[in-house]
Design a protein around this ligand. Structure first.
Ligand code: NDP
Length: 283
């Protein structure tokens, strides 16, 4: 059969970098600053933070890290968050989540200035995503999936899309972004009756379940485009996606590898959002 094409995140990120640099040039030398807020020392958070910092540096953007101890009180964290949120020198905020259980994340979602909410956690930005209004910020990972498809000129209009996962970070907002692109969307979750059937009839299949290699060739339709959002650690301690990439060879037409796929695009979208936020704030 034909060989499956790898959809490479680096290529998509490079295309986004070009857009970002064009917009940066319109800011008359102003360099936007991202605030990354982390509570505690979770390895996942630290590695995401490192990746984001590297990406901002490579795009020529500033980053300011704010790290708080795991046991910071709810009240004190909110006080510190409010300062960062109001700081005129900060153009955008990325807060690593989930926060420790004793801090009320819902309150922070309501506090964050929607204009600085680069990862679309505020009710205002979420509402805009669901309304198909692109003046807000969608969650970066959800938007990254759309960016991959656009960068590779993969049409979405009229296509059968299946999204596995219904979280507010990925599955649900991504489904709404697909609807905006005029796709016909099926959203799957743990109570879906026949996951194989729902997945294998998709022309574009997106895995965002957080289960190592759960989707293999039995879930992929002939010539499907498969996008793997999952970031998992397998039984050997290696990074892997929700899709068994090798098994798709000869079945899917294109697929994103993990690592090297959507992850690299997520931080590029974050950079794009940062420059947008700065441009809007400066009129
Ligand atoms: P959540 O755990 O919040 O949500 C997982 C979703 O998948 C739920 O809706 C769940 O269904 C569904 N699901 C889980 N197992 C199955 C199954 N066996 N069959 C069908 N549906 C299932 O995860 P997130 O949305 O936060 O993240 C998803 C994945 O994406 C993770 O691997 C995460 O690490 C990765 N991720 C990657 C990012 C990137 O930059 N590339 C950024 C953010 C996340 P139900 O609702 O019924 O429980």
């Amino acid at each position: 059969g034909t060989t499956m094409e790898a959809l490479k995140g680096a290529a998509v990120s490079a295309a986004i970098k070009e857009q970002v640099q064009n917009r940066l040039a319109e800011l008359d030398g102003y360099i936007p600053t991202l605030a990354i807020i982390r509570v505690g020392e979770k390895p996942d958070d630290i590695s995401y933070e490192k990746g984001a910092m590297k990406k901002m540096a490579s795009f020529g953007l500033n980053v300011q890290s704010y790290t708080f101890p795991e046991d910071i009180s709810d009240a004190l964290f909110k006080e510190e968050f409010a300062k960062i949120n109001a700081d005129k020198a900060i153009d955008g905020i990325l807060m690593l989540r989930p926060l420790p259980k004793h801090i009320c994340e819902k309150d922070i979602e309501k506090m964050i200035d929607p204009a600085k909410d680069l990862d679309g956690i505020s009710p205002e930005n979420i509402a805009k995503v669901f309304a198909g209004d692109s003046t807000g910020f969608a969650p970066c990972t959800a938007e990254a999936v759309i960016e991959v498809l656009k960068a590779y000129n993969i049409p979405m209009q009229g296509k059968r899309v299946t999204v596995v996962g219904r979280s507010m970070v990925v599955g649900k907002p991504l489904s709404m972004l697909f609807v905006k692109e005029n796709a016909t969307v099926t959203i799957c979750h743990t109570r879906t009756a026949d996951l194989k059937a729902e997945c294998s009839r998709a022309e574009i299949l997106v895995a965002a379940a957080g289960r190592a290699r759960m989707l293999d060739s039995a879930y992929a339709g002939k010539d499907a485009v498969v996008i793997d959002v999952g970031i998992n650690v397998d039984e050997n301690g290696r990074l892997c996606g929700d899709v068994d990439y090798e098994s798709l060879e000869g079945i899917a037409s294109m697929a994103t590898p993990v690592p090297g796929g959507v992850g690299a695009v997520t931080t590029a979208v974050l950079a794009k959002h940062l420059v947008q936020a700065a441009a809007r704030a400066r009129g």
